[in-house]
Design a protein around this ligand. Structure first.
Ligand code: PLP
Length: 271
């Protein structure tokens, strides 16, 4: 045995095998649940060591999600530069600068204020674009972040959501507004079945449709540089380990899977 510590990036063989098979299974389930374009699978690696991420990377997985700014900064510094980092945790404007300093930060999925949008826009280098999704609190739970959804009675133009999106598309040239993200209530994920729809996924879709109509109606002000950079669609990030198949069937473009790939996390948290 060598007395030198193994590299922090080198997974143990058994762990690498375990992750390889868990990732293969989730990828397969994602593919089988989708009709048409396969959604993006984000491996949510919060609290998991860099060596776990490396094991997935070696299976050609490049999209990873993290919830905490400092943890992401530390991991990004030692992991490969062609990883696409998706920030999915609560973000305060005072952390925007350090987050934006990560060269391969791909997307922030949890934008919820104009102040944070401006701070990110200011901190992103001129030659880069940062994709952003706005977080919507579809379940209205106090423990969850995000802006209220757009209902049939909402006046869209004065809603917090539309105002934030207008701010991003008119005042934040380095941000690209691509769509919406939700976490949703656990009960919805447990109760929804083949016959009963997940109310959070339906709410996010409706919100997206109303927002899209608003953006098109106000194109003179809001322009056309929003939506997914390739498809032009306003995309949806919804679905986690317990409900990603239902989310895909409901039309999700991005699913975020943590425990399904990496196993249980050491701590419980709310976001
Ligand atoms: C932790 C987390 C996930 C992954 O949750 P799992 O149930 O472990 O798949 C997805 N999205 C967000 C925003 C998270 O915080």
């Amino acid at each position: 045995m060598s007395s030198i510590d193994p590299s922090p990036l080198q997974p143990a063989i058994e762990r690498a095998e375990e992750l390889e098979s868990a990732l293969a299974e989730i990828r397969d389930r994602v593919r089988r649940a989708s009709s048409g374009t396969t959604p993006t699978l984000i491996a949510v690696s919060k609290y998991k060591p860099a060596s776990d991420i490396m094991a997935c990377y070696e299976q050609r997985h490049h999209d990873f999600g993290e919830n905490y700014v400092q943890e992401l900064v530390d991991k990004a510094a030692i992991l490969p530069r062609d990883i696409r980092w998706h920030f999915i945790g609560a973000l305060q404007s005072n952390k925007a600068k350090i987050l934006a300093s990560i060269p391969n930060l791909y997307c922030v999925q949890t934008l919820a204020s104009a102040k944070t949008a401006s701070a990110l826009n200011k901190a992103i280098p001129e030659d880069r674009i940062l994709r952003v999704l706005v977080q919507v609190n579809t379940s209205g739970e106090e423990s969850k972040s995000g802006l209220p959804p757009l209902g049939p009675d909402t006046h869209v133009g004065t809603s917090e959501l539309a105002q934030l999106v207008v701010h991003v598309v008119t005042k934040c040239p380095r941000l690209r507004f691509e769509g919406l993200m939700t976490i949703g209530a656990l009960e919805q994920s447990l109760n929804a079945s083949e016959t009963e729809k997940n109310a959070d996924f339906e709410t996010l879709k409706e919100t997206r449709d109303r927002l899209k109509e608003f953006l098109i109606d106000n194109a003179e002000q809001t322009g056309h540089s929003w939506g997914h950079e390739v498809s032009g669609k306003l995309i949806l990030s919804m679905g986690m380990s317990g409900d990603f198949e239902a989310a895909i069937k409901a039309g999700s473009d991005i699913v975020r899977v943590g425990t399904g790939i990496f196993g249980q996390r050491p701590r419980k948290e709310v976001s």
